[in-house]
Design a binder for this molecule. Sequence first.
Ligand code: 6GU
Length: 225
Amino acid sequence: MRIDIISVAPNLLESPFNHSIIKRAQDKGLAEIVIHDLRKFGLGNYKQIDDTQFGGGAGMVLMIEPISNCIKQLLAEREYDEVIYMTPDAKTLNQSTANTLSLKENILILTGHYKGVDQRIRDKYITKEISIGDYVLTGGELAAAVLVDAVVRLIPGVIGDEQSALTDSFQDNLLSPPVYTRPAEFDGMKVPAILLSGNFPKIDDWRSDQAYKRTQQIRPDLLDD
Ligand code: 6GU
């Protein structure tokens, strides 16, 4: 999978992708992540990328021309399965969206800043808008990093133990059951006996039951459908 990200703060995006599983995915050639600095497409001597809004109001808007020029240059090189705009005024990211995106070949992500981008960019180029939750960040970069992490780890071959992505929280709309490792007893606290029993069908049942109970207690909304 190739992921291009257009950003006004590219330095915010370098570190999150250079560690652990996401770095290994790139080293293995399973994911290629390329960051594009919108400032390079800025207008005039000052490389202007934002301006005040028509109709008045506080906050700057990212201008249509630099973004349009950047997107056109990228579209000349490859087709994108999705052109995604990261913005708080969108549907929130969930595991189902991450699963779908992990199967795509090329995706382009545009990250907003300030009051966002000129609406005409959204109307013309954006095929999907994604928020990562009901709160406001200073820019879309951290949200894009969250999206890329959630998607790249699902690309086949990225996580060594295939089973582990399949049994994540949310993969079947349930939270994960509790997990334990050695020692079996610490400061008088014991690991549930069922997990030491070796009875794997029973262990599966216990885990499903725990996952359901945990979901009912913490996120009953997930059980609604
Ligand atoms: Cl995608 N961007 C910003 N700026 N804030 C957010 C967000 C995105 N998702 C949640 N909050």
